[in-house]
Write a protein that binds this ligand. Structure first.
Ligand SMILES: [Zn+2]
Ligand SMILES: [Zn+2]
Length: 346
């Protein structure tokens, strides 16, 4: 075991503070990562504040991890010391179910092992990226291409893949009209990726306050959903709508913006159940769907794609002691567009 520095919530809703945690010894197929940067995801805040219940405390959040390999186990074949790597939302899975076999580890039939706030196969709690070091099986890391700086790469490991996977699955590309609902940490990645895939991209945001940014990220159009005329004007327009918001949506209204055979995919979700009239699906053979992050092969594909197209996330780099303040600002939607912790300051 190695003792390393970390930022942890000692109990539900308690502010995060500096502490130390134990990392397991580097096993045969493990790599030791010197973490350089860790993104702050909205779900870190939910879990540190125990919004979803059943939290394991102390909790070290962080599943947008970018760093450099500093040690490898004797059986490791994919990575060498000095390689730039990332770790996202999970650090293990069963490796033998039909989903793991297809590289869809995020849908593992036995459940993936989350990067933090979960129990590892050895029964020990997992601790995330707000830390200086991480030990992980080489099969659950991805390579960060040289062209991508580590700080702007970190948020791709959750926010980036959360948008890339549905955009690819529902075939965003040339000739397709795609709308992204919400321009936050997730939405801004959706705009960049959908534009780079060649789709015609529209942002649907509550107001026009971030319009300049949206167009700079590659959107072709920008509409305020607070304006009822938007829904009349855009009726029957889109092949695909990806919603990143966690506020309850009027699904009927958004489904009316789809073409026949269009899909409305949710990657954000309200905590409360929703009710809707299914005629809004039946009329145009429409699909209401969801999507969760992506598997290891697709996460690698996404990183390579972003490097090839020369973009990462838009970030505000912070010191570790600013994390509690950053949480408040995320909750107030006051971040352009992702906070990233410089882990050298832990
Ligand atoms: Zn996340
Ligand atoms: Zn599995």
């Amino acid at each position: 075991m190695t003792t390393v520095a970390a930022y942890a919530a000692p109990a539900a809703k308690a502010p995060l503070e500096r502490t130390t945690i134990e990392r397991r010894p580097v096993g045969e197929f493990d790599i030791l990562i010197d973490i350089k940067f860790a993104g702050i995801c909205h779900s870190d805040i939910h879990q540190a504040r125990d919004g979803w219940g059943e939290g394991i405390f102390p909790m070290v959040p962080g599943h947008e991890i970018a760093g450099v390999v500093s040690e490898v186990g004797p059986g490791v074949t994919k990575y060498a010391v000095g390689d730039r790597v990332g770790v996202g939302c999970f650090v293990d899975s069963c490796r033998e179910c039909e989903y793991c076999e297809q590289g869809l580890e995020q849908y593992c039939a036995k459940g993936m092992t989350a990067t933090y706030n979960a129990l590892d196969k050895d029964g020990e709690p997992t601790y995330g990226g707000y830390s200086t070091h991480l030990v992980v099986d080489e099969n659950y890391a991805v390579r960060i291409p040289e062209g991508l700086a580590l700080d702007v790469a970190a948020p791709l490991l959750c926010a980036g893949i959360t948008l890339y996977s549905p955009l690819r699955h529902w075939n965003a590309g040339p000739g397709k009209k795609v709308a992204i609902v919400g321009l936050g940490g997730l939405g801004h990645m959706g705009v960049k990726i959908a534009a780079a895939l060649g789709a015609e991209v529209t942002v649907l945001s509550q107001s026009l306050s971030k319009q300049d940014d949206g167009l700079k990220f590659g959107a072709d159009h920008y509409y305020a959903t607070g304006d009822p005329k938007t829904f009349q004007e855009l009726a029957g327009t889109f092949d695909l709508i990806v919603s990143t918001v966690s506020a309850p949506l009027d699904f009927g209204a958004y489904l009316s913006l789809l073409k026949t055979d269009g899909a409305l995919v949710n990657v954000g979700a309200p905590e409360e159940p929703v009710s809707m009239n299914l005629f809004s699906l039946i009329g145009g053979r429409k699909t209401l769907a969801g999507s969760a992050i992506g598997g290891i092969p697709e996460t690698q594909e996404m990183l390579d794609f972003c490097a090839e197209h020369g973009f990462g996330a838009e970030i505000e780099l912070i010191r570790a002691e600013q994390v509690n303040e950053a949480y408040e600002r995320v909750l107030a939607s006051d971040v352009r567009y992702r906070f990233v912790i410089d882990t050298a300051t832990i």
